[in-house]
Design a protein around this ligand. Structure first.
Ligand SMILES: [Zn+2]
Length: 208
């Protein structure tokens, strides 16, 4: 975008009502507009610091504002690869991976997101559940996946660490597919013990 067009868009955003801007995160840096009512991320930022700064553009007038983010495993893999393939020093990459992990933990949180954010920035003393985020409103169902995870890993190991997730899921769910029979897994004790667990919770460990 040329400088003039960018300037025009910024001014429109600043001074007109009801404007929605779809742009990269570079847009709006340095713009202090107090009455931004929502910030939506269509892919995840690189770190908690970025997330905090970007969502912090909303509600500077003290009135209600919303932060919304969509993300998927593919986005995380892409960010991970960006770091991995960069020419940065190993120490920098290590820090960047840690920051990405922290952001992923926020995305996958099962407890108040505000508490997560404040914890990350060391504000533990004031970190109490906000009663206002999506998790406070609709706490996700959780279950202890320890045994199921052990069985999933056991299945990977006992089948020789050479099969794709689809096959492993068939084995764990006792789906007597042709390939399961072919590789002789139909009589495994593992099948009997894992079947109910996997049917109940789904095979989330392999991303399915
Ligand atoms: Zn909350």
């Amino acid at each position: 975008m040329c400088t003039q067009a960018r300037k025009e868009h910024q001014e429109k955003f600043l001074y007109e009502e009801g404007i929605v801007v779809v742009a990269t995160t570079a847009f709006g840096l340095g713009i202090d507009k107090p009455d931004v009512r929502f910030v939506a991320h269509l892919d995840p930022p690189k770190s908690m610091e970025n997330y905090y700064q970007e969502t912090g553009r909303a509600g500077r007038d003290g009135k209600t504002a919303n932060a919304w983010m969509a993300y998927g495993p593919g986005d995380v893999v892409q960010l991970w690869r960006l770091i991995e393939r960069s020419e940065a020093q190993p120490r920098f990459k290590h820090i960047a991976f840690a920051k990405l992990d922290a952001l992923l933990a926020l995305c996958e949180a099962t407890t108040c997101r505000r508490v997560r954010l404040l914890d990350y920035f060391g504000e533990t003393m004031i970190a109490v559940a906000c009663g206002n985020c999506d998790i406070c409103h609709h706490p996700p169902g959780v279950w202890d996946g320890t045994i199921a995870a052990q069985k999933a890993l056991s299945c990977v190991y006992r089948t020789g660490q050479r099969f794709d997730p689809e096959y492993l899921i068939d084995v764990l769910r006792s789906n007597h597919s042709e390939s399961v029979s072919k590789w002789g897994m139909t009589k495994s004790a593992l099948l009997v013990s894992a079947k109910s667990l996997m049917k109940e919770h789904g095979m989330q460990f392999f991303g399915n």
